[in-house]
Design a protein around this ligand. Structure first.
Ligand SMILES: [Zn+2]
Length: 465
């Protein structure tokens, strides 16, 4: 006896078709027309789109930052993910500069232990190399891959905390190439940005607005180019995280055209929010939108949408890193101290559907590619991202006609604000299954804390090998 999702339209990255989907235990048993309901529990998907559970490859749950910790832990964060239609997240484990990758792994596995409501995996951020010529940490990279962590994050921003220099970046890239792993890059020139930041503070420009102005699109473009060029030299596949503007996009496309194995994501916020609309420099309230890279001028949005449509950008993630306004207040009077990050894990699909599909910028198939299938392929999640026999029964039943108003008052995320407060969107997650178990029913969370399991990923050089 299984669960039969009947009368829906199955949407994949390639096409859409009226098909029934039979879930058996934790996996999909059959995808076909007219599967007999005899002996099965039937979920009527009439009028609904049946998609693979979505994957958010960029989240920061329970993450220490600037003297505080992101507001969502693995429980609230993955509940919010589920309600938003996301059944897998990839979070970031961060190496302390004085410590090891294994220590970071232990710390993050502990944060997630028994707490996740949907499946999760980890990227490993390398911030320092230990041993002669880095030998100890480079050896640990092999151990991470063996464990199923096949992507390594490198920060080109945040000097003295997370930032790495070019020699460390190159060494990690060489090792990643050898391991067929993927390097994920936070591409901003942190050294140049820090000079501008201190100049602004010296001029008394301390409000949230100046956080955005201090981090030039050119600093992102420079680092985007440099990291891809170094990866190309090292023979490594690279994935630029949270690409936010047209100048950085031009560098990505330039290097892609030259044959570099370079992929990139953008995030929901860069597609629909802007300096002009959200942080014109009028109030402290704009601290809601202090994240890195910052919001950009509106003129960057269309090129990002175009890049999603033409394939130069492969994924839309969130960089979900939530802080309450109380936490943001740490930076009142000094934007350097505002915890960086915004809440978005719950709203990603609503925003991408409404402003992408409803607006005619992307097709439903492209939506599935950007939110589900490409993330699984790029990050080596072989059981996820497609609806096919034998794959995990992670299923999203999407109602393209539901009208929904986004509000902090009704969200699952732990923040006391929404970046999209009062926005009306059409299209919402109705039912969600995670490995065969229903975790969302009629838009409400019905899952179990602790259901989520660690996803062991394969090393496939971002699907480019
Ligand atoms: Zn991030």
């Amino acid at each position: 006896m299984g669960t039969l999702v009947k009368n829906g339209t199955v949407v994949s990255a390639e096409g859409s078709q009226r098909l029934d989907v039979l879930l058996d235990g934790e996996t999909i048993r059959e995808v076909a027309e007219g599967i007999s309901p005899a002996g099965h529990t039937v979920v009527d998907a009439t009028g609904l789109l049946v998609m693979p559970g979505a994957i958010d490859v960029h989240t920061h749950l329970d993450m220490p930052f600037g003297g505080t910790t992101s507001a969502d832990d693995y429980t609230t964060g993955t509940q919010a993910a589920a309600v938003g239609g996301t059944t897998s997240v990839i979070d970031f484990a961060l190496q302390n500069q004085s410590s090891t990758l294994n220590d970071a792994l232990t710390t993050w596995l502990k944060k997630s232990e028994g707490k996740a409501c949907v499946d999760f995996s980890l990227h490993m951020a390398v911030t320092n190399l230990h041993g002669e010529n880095g030998v100890e940490t480079l050896r640990e990279m092999q151990e991470m891959v063996n464990f199923g962590i096949t992507s390594f994050k490198l920060f080109m921003a945040y000097p003295n905390v997370l930032m790495i220099n070019d020699s460390l970046m190159f060494q990690v890239m060489q090792k990643a190439a050898e391991l067929n792993a993927l390097c994920c890059i936070h591409a901003e020139n942190g050294s140049a940005i820090d000079i501008v930041v201190s100049q602004m503070i010296a001029e008394g420009k301390t409000e949230p607005h100046y956080h955005a102005l201090s981090r030039s699109p050119k600093a992102e473009a420079e680092a985007t180019h440099r990291s891809i060029a170094l990866a190309d030299m090292a023979g490594c596949a690279v994935y630029i995280v949270h690409l936010s503007n047209e100048a950085a996009l031009a560098e990505l496309k330039f290097m892609q055209a030259r044959g570099a194995r370079a992929l990139a994501e953008t995030c929901t916020q860069y597609l629909v929010l802007s300096i002009e609309d959200q942080m014109p420099g009028k109030s402290w309230d704009e601290a809601k939108f202090v994240f890195t890279p910052p919001l950009r001028e509106k003129k960057n949005q269309d090129p990002l949408w175009d890049a999603l449509a033409d394939g130069s950008l492969s994924v839309v993630s969130t960089d979900h890193c939530p802080f309450t306004m109380d936490q943001k207040a740490l930076g009142k009077g000094d934007f350097r101290k505002i915890p960086n990050g915004g809440p978005g894990i719950e709203n990603r699909l609503q925003i991408l559907w409404h402003f992408g599909v409803n607006a005619g910028r992307i097709t439903p198939e492209k939506f599935v590619s950007l939110a589900c299938t490409a993330p699984a392929r790029i990050f080596g999640m072989t059981q996820k991202g497609v609806i096919a026999p034998g794959k995990d029964a992670d299923i999203l039943l999407w109602d393209p006609n539901e009208d929904y108003t986004i509000s902090a008052a009704t969200q699952c995320m732990a923040t006391d604000y929404s970046m999209f407060e009062g926005w009306k969107v059409k299209g919402n997650a109705k039912h969600v299954f995670s490995r065969g178990k229903q975790v969302v029913k009629d838009g409400k969370f019905v899952g179990e804390v602790g259901h989520g399991k660690f996803i062991k990923r394969i090393a496939n050089a971002g699907g480019l090998d």
